[in-house]
Each structure stands twice: as C-alpha cells, then as structure tokens.
Design a protein around this ligand. Structure first.
Ligand code: ADP
Length: 439
C-alpha cells in the first residue's frame, strides 16, 4: 500500500502544483499561455521520469557495486527499495556459495568416495576419494558417462540393474589390491550418488578370520578323529584285544587328547593376549628366578638329550607381567629343544642390550630355518615342517604367542637362522621396561 500511495501521492501532488501555477498565470497572461505553461510543466515531468527510467535501466544491468543513481521524489524511493533487494539477494548468494564451498570441502575430506550422476549416468561431480578409488580425474571426466570410464562388468551391472540396498563388493581392475564396497543412492529427480569405501583391510581381516577358523577346526579334527577311532575300536573289540594292545590304544588316545588340550590352552592364551589391556609397568619381575624356572622346564623337556646352559648377565628385573614373560621366553626355549636333534646344544643368555635395554637370546644347534620362512614364522599356524612340529607336540601358535606377549612389553623378536647349523631367537626389551633401581 505504501509504495502505491507514495507514487500516486507524488504524481498527484505534482499535477495539483502545475494546475495551481497555470491557474495563477491565467489572469495575468491569458488562457493560452496558462495552458502552454501547464503542458510545458507536464512535458518537463515526463522528461524527468524518462531520464530516471533510463538511469534505472542502466543501474539494473549492474546493481552490485554501482552507486545508487541520484533522483528525487518517487524515484528516490524506487532506487532505495531496489538497492535494498539487491543487497539482500547478494548476501543470500554469498551464504549459498559459502554453504556449497563448505559442503565441497567436507565431501573432499571424506575418506569415502562420492560421485554425483545425472539421470543418464553422466558424472556431475566427484570427490578426491572417488577419483582415487575409480582411477578418475574430476576435471577431465566430469560430463562423461561413468560406464565409459569404469567398465568393470559387475559394476556396470550393479549401476544399471535393479536398485538394491545391498552394497557391491568388488576389486577394480585399476587397483588390483584394493577392495571397494560400492553403494548407489538415488536422490533428486532420477539422479544418483555412487558411494565407495575402501574395505581392503576389512576383507583381509575377514580372510584371516576364515583361515583361522578353518585352521583351528583342522587342528582339532585330526586328533579328535584318532581319539574317536581308538575308542570305537576298544568299544567293539575290548574282549578280543590282548590287554597290552588295549593299553597301547588308550595311551595313544590320551596323547591325542593331550594335544587337543594343549591347542585349546594356546588358543585361550592367544585370545587373552589379544583382548586384554597391555602389560602394566607396575609389576616387577625378578629375572633370575624366572629364568631358573625356565631352565628347569627346558631340562625336563629335553630329558637329557641336549646340553643346556644358562648365562645370567642382564638386569635383575623387568617391569611387566610375569605370566606373559614366562610364556614368551619358555616358548622360545621349548622350540629350541624340540627342533634340535639329540646331542645338540641350547644356550640361554640374559644380557644388557644397547641403549640400556635387555636381551634374552636362545641359541641352538638345531635344524635351522630357510630365510624365506622367517618373516612368516609368527603367523598363527605357520610351520616350516608340519609333520615335525606335530611330532614334537607343537601347535603352530607358539611364536604367535611370543610376538603378542613381547609386543605388550614394547619388546621385539629377532630371529637369525642358518639351515642345518642352528638358530638364535632373541627377545629385546627397551630401556623403559628395565626395572630400576635394582631389586
Ligand atoms: P610350533 O608349535 O609348530 O613349534 P611355533 O609358532 O612355535 O609353532 O613355531 C613356528 C615354526 O617355526 C615351527 O613349526 C618350526 O618350523 C619353526 N621353528 C621355531 N623355532 C625353531 C627353532 N628353534 N629351530 C628351527 N625351527 C624353529
């Protein structure tokens, strides 16, 4: 209402003023002169409006940054109003541009890939993660059909086929080692968004988990088959079997049950090491008594078949868990005894290591290990010689337990070995694990 009133008010006011001036001139200069004056004033008003209109047209071509044209009356009001509108829309545009820039920044920083596709599957926008996942280049490939650039049949079928909430897991030819989880999300008017996630690590873990379950089942199945076989035989033929033979079967079944028990114990120990919190620095383990215990256990395991020696020359105490240290060091010693033929030698040494740390080394004159096996020895169920490991009561988990127990003490396992000569397995502890002051 206000603008209309203002316009008509301004216009009406001018007309009345012109009329008053013309009527005042009438008695002085006559009717013709008064009419001419009125027409001339109207013409001037018309000319003023035309000029202001021209200014308005010029100003509206570039309203932002151009100063407001000077005008009077109604035009002043019009220009002020337009300028206010222009400022408001400029602010709005700035805010939208900022929001868009922030959205792009956020999606660019996202580890997940995002590709915006038109209804015809042409690339509209792509973030850096998707560029990496699909081997695309945002600048080069925007506006091109994605199916021309990513031709992998399972991806094309997933994109063009019936939409499903189930993501597609695939390995793209461009990144042989990378596994992607891809999902298509529809949005807007028939547009869609391709979301991709690098699940290589997850897939690796999944494969490891599957292998682990398969290995455990296999390891348990063999002795279990033997035990149930003996029990069946005893059940069917107990009356006919000579007592000596029956006792032999029972002994063999007990041996296999012991193997299973040993395996389950190792599995539980490994699980505990993997799931519980790392060894604290609070407990101080006296290394002399611990290594004496381990020495006695080694002598019992060897049963006089090897020459075993212990040299104690290292720090008196270590900060950590006695149970875990005992398990780790005993595993190294028991391996040395089990993989060293009769008559061989096993040397246990507890020394100071470089930088104020400590080292427990077990050297044997046993079978030794080919270099290509060394990096995999601490994997669960990895064995150089499956038969020999089983024969000597191994579960294939010993060194995995050692690795975990040591890493919980920030210690490392070092292995040096020469086939047919022997091996040295060393546990190296950092200075911060050495207990000071002396016990
Ligand atoms: P296992 O229960 O089979 O001994 P480990 O994890 O303790 O399992 O060891 C993995 C493999 O490393 C063993 O199967 C064996 O082949 C090899 N190994 C470990 N210690 C020695 C050693 N002192 N000498 C020779 N081979 C060894």
């Amino acid at each position: 209402m206000r603008p209309a009133r203002y316009v008509w008010g301004g216009f009406g006011g001018a007309l009345i003023a012109f009329l008053v001036v013309a009527l005042a001139c009438w008695p002085l200069f006559g009717a013709t002169a008064a009419l001419l004056l009125f027409v001339a004033l109207l013409g001037a008003l018309f000319f003023y409006h035309l000029r202001s209109l021209k200014k308005l047209v010029l100003w509206t071509r570039e309203p932002i940054g151009t100063p407001l044209p000077q005008a009077f009356g109604v035009w002043d009001y019009v220009f002020a109003d337009l300028s206010r509108h222009a400022r408001r829309s400029l602010n709005q545009r700035d805010r939208l541009a900022q929001a868009l820039a922030r959205f792009r920044e956020a999606t660019s920083a996202m580890p997940s890939g995002v590709i915006l596709l038109s209804a015809e599957n042409f690339i509209e926008w792509i973030n850096p993660a998707a560029e990496l996942h699909f081997g695309l280049d945002g600048e080069r490939d925007t506006g091109k059909p994605i199916t021309n650039l990513v031709r992998q049949p399972d991806f094309v079928a997933y994109l063009t086929g019936e939409r499903t909430a189930e993501p597609l897991t695939c390995r793209l030819a461009r990144h042989a080692g990378m596994v992607l989880s891809i999902q298509i999300v529809p949005f807007g008017e028939e547009q869609s968004m391709v979301l991709s996630r690098d699940v290589t690590q997850f897939e690796k873990l999944e494969t490891m988990r599957r292998d682990f379950v398969a290995n455990v089942s296999h390891e348990l199945k063999t002795p279990l088959t033997v035990v149930s076989g003996f029990l069946e035989t005893l059940d069917e033929m107990l009356d006919e079997l000579p007592p000596e033979e029956a006792r032999r079967y029972l002994r063999l079944a007990t041996e296999q049950a012991g193997r299973m028990q040993h395996l389950v114990e190792d599995l539980l120990e490994l699980a505990a090491l993997e799931t519980s919190a790392a060894a604290s620095y609070d407990e101080t383990v006296e290394m002399g008594p611990l290594l004496d215990t381990i020495m006695n256990e080694a002598l019992a395991l060897s049963a006089g078949r090897h020459r075993i020696t212990l040299e104690l020359d290292g720090p008196v105490g270590l900060r950590g868990s006695r149970k875990e240290l005992h398990s780790a060091l005993l595993n190294l010693v028991s391996n040395a005894v089990r993989y060293t033929p009769e008559g061989g030698e096993v040397r246990l040494r507890w020394n100071v290591a470089a930088g104020g740390g400590a080292r427990f080394a077990v050297t044997d004159t046993g079978l030794g290990i080919e270099p290509h096996h060394l990096p995999r020895l601490t994997e669960r169920f990895y064995r150089v010689d499956r038969g020999r490991s089983r024969e000597s009561g191994g579960t294939g988990l010993g060194l995995a337990i050692v690795k975990h127990a040591l890493s919980r003490h920030q210690a490392s396992l070092q292995i040096e070995s020469t086939p047919a000569v022997g091996s040295t397995f060393s546990a190296v502890f950092p200075a911060e694990r050495v207990a000071r002051p002396v016990l």
